[in-house]
Design a binder for this molecule. Structure first.
Ligand SMILES: *[C@@H]1O[C@H](CO)[C@@H](O)[C@H](O)[C@H]1NC(C)=O
Ligand SMILES: *[C@@H]1O[C@H](CO)[C@@H](O)[C@H](O)[C@H]1NC(C)=O
Ligand SMILES: *[C@@H]1O[C@H](CO)[C@@H](O)[C@H](O)[C@H]1NC(C)=O
Ligand SMILES: *[C@@H]1O[C@H](CO)[C@@H](O)[C@H](O)[C@H]1NC(C)=O
Ligand SMILES: *[C@@H]1O[C@H](CO)[C@@H](O)[C@H](O)[C@H]1NC(C)=O
Ligand SMILES: *[C@@H]1O[C@H](CO)[C@@H](O)[C@H](O)[C@H]1NC(C)=O
Length: 190
C-alpha cells in the first residue's frame, strides 16, 4: 500500500516532468523520496458555474517556513456543468515577477536558468478526474531542476456532488476549504 502510494507520487512527478521535458527517464532508479512538511491549503474552491460552460479551481497554499501563501487558480471548460481535469497550471509565486514560475520565460532577476524554461523553481497544480468519480488535486513545488516536493489530495465522489435542479445543476466541491496535505520530496540523483 505504502509502496503503491510512493509509486503513484512518482508517476505524478514523472508526468509533470515529462510534460515539461521530452526525457521520460525520471521514473527509473535514481530517485529518493522523503516526507517533507505538509502543504497547507486554504480557501479551496472548485465549481462548475451555473448557466455557463466554465468551471474554476482556486486556492492558496502555504509552505513550511513561508509566511505568504501562493495563490493558484485555473479555469476550465465543461459541456455538462461538471468539474473537468485541468492540466498542470503554474501559480505565480511573486506578484511582481510573472515570469518567475517554472515554465515562464525566466525574465525575473532571480532566475538563473534564463534560457532554459524547463528548469527553475515554481509551484504548479493539476486537477485530475478519475473514472470512479473521484478526483485528485496534485500540487508540485519545484525546488530546482532536480528536486520537487509533491502533495496529492484525494477528493471522494461524495465531496463533489451535483447541486441545484434542472438548468441550475452544476458540480461543486463541498469538502473542507482548508486542509493539510502530506508532501514528499523526490530527487533525481545526478
Ligand atoms: C499547517 O497547519 C498546521 C496546523 O493547522 C500547522 O501546525 C503547520 O505549521 C502549518 N504548516 C504550514 C506549512 O503552514
Ligand atoms: C490568497 O492569496 C491571495 C494571493 O496570494 C491573497 O490576495 C489572498 O488574500 C489570500 N487569501 C487568504 C484568505 O489568505
Ligand atoms: C518567451 O520567449 C520566446 C522566445 O524568446 C517568445 O517568443 C515568447 O513570446 C516569450 N513568451 C513570453 C510569455 O514572454
Ligand atoms: C543557455 O544557452 C546556451 C546556448 O544554448 C548554453 O550554452 C547555456 O548552457 C545555457 N544556459 C543555461 C543555464 O541553460
Ligand atoms: C534545461 O536544463 C535541464 C537540466 O539542467 C536539461 O536536462 C535540459 O536539457 C535543458 N534544456 C534546454 C533546452 O537547455
Ligand atoms: C480557512 O483559512 C482561512 C485563511 O486562514 C480563514 O480565513 C478561514 O476562516 C478558514 N476557514 C475555516 C472554515 O476554518
Amino acid at each position: 500500500m505504502y509502496i503503491r502510494l510512493l509509486y503513484l507520487l512518482l508517476l505524478g512527478v514523472a508526468s509533470i516532468t515529462t510534460h515539461a521535458s521530452p526525457t521520460p527517464a525520471v521514473l527509473d532508479d535514481g530517485h529518493d523520496l522523503n516526507q517533507v512538511p505538509a502543504f497547507n491549503v486554504t480557501n479551496f474552491e472548485a465549481s462548475a458555474m451555473v448557466l455557463s460552460n466554465r468551471n474554476f479551481y482556486k486556492f492558496n497554499v502555504t509552505f513550511y517556513n513561508e509566511a505568504v501563501p501562493v495563490h493558484c487558480e485555473a479555469m476550465g471548460t465543461t459541456i455538462n456543468h461538471q468539474l473537468t481535469s485541468i492540466p498542470q497550471t503554474w501559480c505565480p509565486t511573486d506578484p511582481g515577477d510573472v515570469g518567475s514560475g517554472y515554465g515562464g520565460n525566466g525574465t525575473g532577476t532571480n532566475c538563473q536558468q534564463s534560457n532554459n524554461t524547463t528548469t527553475g523553481p515554481g509551484v504548479s497544480f493539476k486537477w485530475t478526474e478519475q473514472p470512479d468519480g473521484s478526483a485528485a488535486l496534485l500540487i508540485v513545488r519545484r525546488i530546482n531542476d532536480r528536486v520537487a516536493d509533491t502533495a496529492v489530495y484525494k477528493v471522494t465522489p461524495d465531496c463533489i456532488p451535483m447541486m441545484g435542479d434542472d438548468i441550475f445543476r452544476h458540480q461543486v466541491y463541498e469538502g473542507p476549504e482548508n486542509f493539510s496535505v502530506p508532501a514528499y520530496r523526490s530527487s533525481e540523483l545526478g
